[in-house]
Write a protein that binds this ligand. Structure first.
Ligand SMILES: Nc1nc2c(ncn2[C@@H]2O[C@H](COP(=O)(O)OP(=O)(O)O)[C@@H](O)[C@H]2O)c(=O)[nH]1
Ligand SMILES: [Mg+2]
Length: 233
């Protein structure tokens, strides 16, 4: 039987993380859940512990990418075969985890992405959907195919991707650059329909003001990764 770990990155998510952990336990009984705490200043750690999660406390605030990579390193070192990332803000529905895991196991793809655009209409803010459409266009020629939801953080990886990501993973806003890292390794990904729920507490890291910074930052990251894609002379 292959070993599965659920990783939950969290920064100041005391209002949501307890419920997230409980929902994961209900959907995936017996599967270990690690909440990676990015130096939260609220009761995130106490709430997650009460709900039955293990905590990976970061010694410094790293931002989302560093936070997720710390979790990937832990999972790789502990020998897990599959890892599913579920955000600590309650936007990902843990009932979708078995479907992601199933797709990961049966397809042999290195990564599966929970995509909000494959089925029906989903919750997305206006600025977010503009960003998604922009990055679809940017990524298409690089990946050689369309990715419907390139900013989704609801992703599952197998051990081959875990090995790569535990060594090389984008620091701040990781989702889009991670796809280019995958492409560099000629790894495959698959999108699986998922429900993304609106945030009910806490704050998103991508505010309208930060959107511009996000776009420039991610574009530069993509460019650096594309340059690395080219074969060495
Ligand atoms: N905002 C923020 N979230 C972080 C950070 N480190 C880890 N996270 C967690 O990463 C997840 C995704 O962040 P979020 O801001 O909701 O991104 P969005 O869903 O793409 O708008 C949440 O579970 C956060 O708690 C950080 O430095 N800032
Ligand atoms: Mg979120």
């Amino acid at each position: 039987m292959s070993a599965v770990l659920i990783l939950v990155p969290a920064f100041n998510e005391e209002g949501a993380v307890g419920r997230v952990v409980e929902e994961i336990h209900a959907a995936m009984p017996g599967t270990p859940v690690v909440v990676i705490d990015d130096c939260s200043r609220d009761g995130t750690v106490a709430t997650a512990l009460r709900a039955g999660a293990e905590i990976l406390p970061l010694p410094h605030h790293l931002g989302l990418g560093g936070c997720v990579q710390a979790g990937y390193k832990l999972a790789y070192e502990r020998g897990f075969d599959y890892v599913i990332r579920v955000d600590g803000d309650g936007q990902h529905d843990p009932n979708d985890i078995p479907r992601l895991l199933d797709a990961l196991r049966t397809s042999g793809c290195e990564m599966v992405i929970g995509s909000r655009f494959i089925e029906g209409k989903e919750y997305t803010s206006f600025s977010r959907s503009l960003g998604i459409q922009f990055f679809r266009l940017v990524l298409r020629p690089i990946l050689g195919r369309e990715v419907r939801d390139p900013t989704s953080g609801f992703v599952g990886v197998n051990r081959r991707a875990l090995e790569v990501f535990s060594k090389s993973f984008p620091l701040e806003y990781p989702e889009i650059e991670a796809l280019v890292v995958l492409q560099r390794k000629r790894f495959r990904f698959l999108e699986v329909p998922c429900r993304i729920r609106p945030r009910t507490t806490g704050r998103s890291s991508i505010t309208p003001v930060k959107s511009f910074y996000y776009i420039v930052h991610v574009l530069l990251g993509v460019l650096v990764n594309v340059l690395r894609l080219r074969p060495k002379p």
